[in-house]
Design a protein around this ligand. Structure first.
Ligand code: ACO
Length: 428
């Protein structure tokens, strides 16, 4: 018996597979020789037990409700840091010195504009287009205006690509917002920090003097920090998978945006508010919807509840719930949706169905309430998530390329038809 390998007995033979050690959390069984040796593959739908890579960026413990960026607990980061510093931390692995921070910020500001042709592209989308579809297309289109491929062997090339995408992506997010509201687009202002600049690009009206509201900027900063990375989630795995074919950074991120859009992933923040509005319009009978969510013949789910990894509580939800309370108080907003959310939370957290399945409110249960209080249209919520997740996607793409991960290419267990002969149409 040894705890650094597992032994598989199969077909009268015995095979050994080494354990890959971790610094925290899950250790892995290296099964890379399994198929060659035994003719077997592993089958793990939804990758619930499959480690796709070895990473040093983000750690989370779903049972304890812990989340660390590069080792720093999310509670400390959300309380003490700012989004620009977090972007640096994720990308470079360490907190920056003042000098490193200034250079990083200047590098982003260097790209704080977009080619005019990009504006023509956004003009051709109908206003009814979903902002996530627009964002994914525009991000892919950025490639056309920045055609030089990133040389992953050059640290400065990697830095510039990251800074360029971070700067330009904030324009694309702000522009999709302006498009939705039919407002003229704003360009960046280098006298502001990253979040202030984004806020101004979104909210500055052409016919009014613009004021930065520090409460709103602070809430936005916190939300972006909380979404900045979350290890191998669906969109991040997509970015890594696409990038593993040595596809460029912008195209890989564009694929990640599409993955994030889905209501089981980032699209949940939009789905939560739509659900709360529906419950409110239906008379506010929270218990009725909790029953619907429990009914297996009904495909209704309580959006914003449950998480693939967190089976205790989502530490981001705890931070964001407080932030939602603070911002509603400070802006003097009374939101019926928040009342319904609080009732839902109470009922569900006491219900045996939710308790036994360890279904707790996740980060998206509360983020939509803040975005709504800031006057951001519901369809834009997932775009806000994408802006927050961008540094995570870039860091993971960079790590994947620097670790030289092989192209992602899973196997399958085939259960389709046996070999058969083609039959001409008139004979079928
Ligand atoms: N409402 C009602 N029942 C639920 C919910 C829910 N929100 N979530 C899970 N369940 C039930 C399932 O029906 C299943 O019940 P069963 O064991 O009786 O069949 C059990 O809980 C386990 O659910 P799975 O779908 O197997 O859990 P999984 O880990 O695959 O899914 C997911 C996690 C997708 C997040 C799921 O909980 C869900 O759909 N939640 C609602 C959407 C949501 O909020 N997504 C945001 C996730 S956070 C993020 O991406 C930032």
């Amino acid at each position: 018996m040894s705890d650094n390998k597992v032994v598989l007995n199969y077909g009268g033979n015995s095979y050994e597979y080494p354990i890959v050690e971790s610094t925290l959390g899950d250790r892995g069984i290296d099964i890379s020789k399994l198929r060659d040796q035994t003719g077997l593959i592993t089958l793990d739908l939804g990758y619930k037990n499959t480690g796709a890579t070895i990473s040093e960026i983000t750690y989370l413990d779903g049972d304890k409700g812990e989340l660390y960026y590069r080792g720093y607990p999310i509670e400390q980061i959300a309380d003490k840091s700012n989004f620009t510093e977090v972007m640096y931390l994720l990308l470079h692995g360490e907190l920056p010195t003042q000098d490193q921070f200034s250079k990083f910020e200047a590098g982003i500001k260097n790209y704080n504009y977009i080619a005019d042709e990009m504006k023509r592209l956004i003009d051709v989308f109908p206003r009814s287009a979903h902002p996530m579809g627009v964002l994914s297309s525009l991000t892919s289109a950025l490639t056309a205006f920045n055609p030089k491929a990133v040389d992953v062997n050059s640290p400065s090339d990697l830095d510039h690509a990251a800074e360029m995408l971070i700067a330009k992506f904030s324009h694309l997010c702000a522009w999709t917002y302006r498009k939705k509201l039919g407002l003229p687009i704003n360009h960046g202002d280098n006298s502001l920090n990253y979040v202030e600049n984004f806020y101004r690009m979104c909210f500055r009206r052409p016919n009014e003097e613009f004021h930065l509201d520090p409460v709103v900027v602070g809430a936005l900063d916190k939300l972006l920090i909380l979404h900045a990375d979350h290890e191998q989630n669906c969109s991040t795995s997509t970015v890594r998978m696409v990038g593993s074919a040595h596809t460029g950074l912008f195209a890989s991120v564009s694929a990640g945006i599409s993955a994030l859009w889905g209501p089981l992933h980032g699209g949940a923040n939009q789905a939560v508010i739509e659900m709360l509005e529906m419950i409110e319009q239906d008379g506010g009978d929270v218990a009725k919807y909790v029953e619907k969510a429990k009914n297996k013949d009904d495909n209704f789910r309580l959006m914003g509840f449950g998480h693939r990894v967190y089976k205790n509580f989502d530490p981001r939800a705890t931070i964001i719930k407080k932030a939602a309370d603070d911002i509603l108080n400070s802006l003097g907003i009374e939101d019926k949706a928040l009342d319904i959310a609080m009732q839902l939370e109470r009922v569900a957290l006491e219900d045996e169905y939710f308790v036994s399945r360890k279904l707790y409110p996740n980060v998206d249960f509360y983020s939509g309430i803040i975005y709504r209080a800031l006057g951001i249209p519901t369809e834009m919520f997932t775009v806000m998530f994408a802006l927050g997740r961008l540094p995570g996607w870039i860091s993971q793409w960079k790590e994947m390329r620097l670790h030289n991960d092989p192209i992602g290419r899973p196997r399958q267990v085939y259960q389709g038809a046996q070999k058969r002969d083609y039959i001409a149409m008139n004979a079928r």
